[in-house]
Design a protein around this ligand. Structure first.
Ligand code: AMP
Ligand code: ZN
Length: 110
């Protein structure tokens, strides 16, 4: 298995875990872009959110639920981002939701 996030989900590469569920794992981003920057992933490998929603929509809902629960502990708000493909800025091809909080974010993004 060569996928970085599959290895994190399997415990083969260390990460600071903030959620460990049966099908979903969340951990702190190694290069945080905000005071709170958590990545929420599926244990199963799916390339991106489009593939995930196509193959397993209930798992996609679970991913979003965990992301929202983590974000909701920040009273002043949060942002959830699912970068997809080259133009979307995706660098790891295992679906992941970024949960960002602790500062304001520009809209529209650059
Ligand atoms: P993306 O560019 O949307 O694919 O996001 C990939 C994210 O994974 C980036 O924010 C990276 O900082 C993060 N990342 C890469 N390697 C690790 C790692 N070993 N542990 C935690 N986060 C990582
Ligand atoms: Zn993977």
């Amino acid at each position: 298995m060569s996928c970085l996030f599959c290895k994190i989900a399997a415990g083969e590469i260390p990460a600071t875990l903030v959620h460990e569920g049966e099908r979903i794992v969340a951990f702190n981003d190694i290069d945080p872009k905000a005071p709170v920057h958590v990545l929420v992933i599926t244990r199963d490998h799916h390339d991106n959110v489009a593939a995930l929603t196509h193959v397993d929509p209930s798992l996609a809902a679970e991913l979003l639920g965990v992301a929202a629960a983590i974000g909701a502990s920040n009273a002043s708000g949060f942002r959830v981002v699912l970068n997809t493909g080259a133009d979307g800025g995706q660098s790891v091809n295992h679906v992941h939701a970024h949960v960002l909080a602790g500062r304001g974010f520009a809209w529209p993004p650059g």
